[in-house]
Design a protein around this ligand. Structure first.
Ligand code: PLP
Length: 388
């Protein structure tokens, strides 16, 4: 941290600030109202009532019936439940389809299933991060169990054409899982209208608490429970419910839905940031700019610098961002998303992701624009790959 009191937080695709209204609704459930939602007495019934309200609010954001929503520990768990649940429920179907730009939670569970006998087709994307629908159609087989597609990419913000994809997938009688983690609260989403069978999400990406989320399981689809236990969540996920977390998730979902129209203002701020960066700093490119994107995300590549060095300098100035690279085995490597888009490694290493939220102000964007050009000048003056 910079030591400054109020950092400018532009890393909202990593996690978001808890909405004050969600915190206020959570507090009683961490205090006097500590009942188990499964208990029959007054305290238990109070907790159960709060979970019912949260389930209604969350299912409104997701576009499903309350009974179709399983509360869990977040996006990673929902993804694991979807893949492993389908793998176990349909032993005659061993083919899975996903894309090269999915979150590591998807890629890792797909790898694990591959080791256990599944065949996985990983679809590529074009230079703008767009999915090739013809490639998707060609990948579908009679033994395809599941297609898993992200609604929006966490690094670039690129939105996949889910309606067209769902038509293709459902037309072939294949199950569809959508990783909606980066879409909820940013763009309208409707799992039911889409015809998805499964959709996973995490509360902390839309100003809810961390470690709590949900999985939509279409009515009638029977998967093995992710965890067996006390029969909670209609036997689909055992374990005492995280009542404060679920209450916070519910309130955050209600707020996210109400604020959706205002995301146009976030897009306008993001677009102003991009225009000023592209116009004012030479050797700059926005990844995925040619594709539809969520309103808050801008993944910028700066030529001849390391994104990590830009991140550190911005951090010293009290500005939080992230990079388009990942640290694997002690070495920084270009992100798998940018690699799949064919971004040259040197350019990918110079990438910085700005992700805004509905709390981001014009004054904060102005501060970033005052700070960034000097950082780039300084790093580029240090040599071909700006050192720290
Ligand atoms: N899917 C996407 C697209 C994400 O961005 C994330 C989080 O970064 C996840 C899944 C996993 O969510 P969680 O870490 O909350 O389990």
């Amino acid at each position: 941290m910079s030591g400054m009191t109020d950092p400018i937080y532009l890393d909202n695709n990593a996690t978001t600030r808890l909405a004050p209204e969600a915190l206020a609704e959570m507090l009683p459930w961490l205090g006097d109202q500590f009942g188990n939602a499964g208990s029959a007495h007054a305290l238990g019934r109070l907790a159960e009532g709060a979970v019912v309200v949260a389930r209604e609010r969350a299912s409104a954001l997701l576009g499903c019936a309350p009974a179709e929503l399983v509360f869990n520990g977040g996006g990673t768990e929902g993804i694991n439940h979807a893949f492993r649940g389908v793998f176990e429920a349909f032993p005659a179907k061993r083919h899975f389809v996903t894309t090269a730009v999915e979150h590591s939670a998807v890629l890792a569970v797909a790898d694990d299933l591959r080791r256990r006998g599944a065949e996985v087709t990983v679809l590529g994307v074009d230079g703008e991060g767009r999915l090739d629908l013809a490639g998707l159609e060609a990948a579908l087989r009679p033994d395809t169990a599941l297609v898993s597609l992200m609604a929006a990419n966490n690094e670039t913000g690129v939105i996949f054409p889910l309606e067209e994809a769902a038509r293709l997938v459902k037309g072939r009688g294949v199950l569809l899982h959508v990783d909606a983690t980066q879409a909820l609260g940013k763009v309208p989403f409707d799992a039911g209208r889409l015809g998805a069978d499964l959709a996973s999400f995490s509360a902390h990406k839309f100003h809810g608490p961390k470690g709590v989320g949900g999985l939509f399981i279409r009515r009638g689809l029977r998967l093995r429970p992710f965890m067996t236990g006390g029969g909670q969540e209609r036997g689909r996920r055992g374990g005492t419910l995280n009542v404060p977390g679920i209450v916070g998730l519910g309130k955050a979902a209600e707020l996210a839905l109400a604020h959706l129209p205002a995301m146009a203002e976030v897009a306008a701020r993001r677009d102003r940031l991009e225009a000023a960066v592209l116009g004012g700093i030479p050797g700059t490119r926005v990844n995925g700019a040619g594709a539809p994107r969520v309103p808050n995300t801008s993944m910028v590549s700066f030529r001849d610098v390391e994104g990590e060095a830009v991140l550190l300098r911005l951090d010293q100035a009290g500005i939080c961002v992230s990079t388009g690279s990942a640290c694997t085995t002690g070495q920084r490597e270009p992100s798998h998303v940018l690699r799949a888009m064919g971004v040259p490694p040197a350019e990918a290493m110079g990438s910085v992701r700005f992700s805004l939220s509905r709390y981001t102000t014009d004054a904060e964007i102005a501060r970033v624009l005052e700070t960034l050009p000097a950082i780039l000048d300084e790093l580029r003056a240090q040599g071909p790959l700006g050192r720290r």
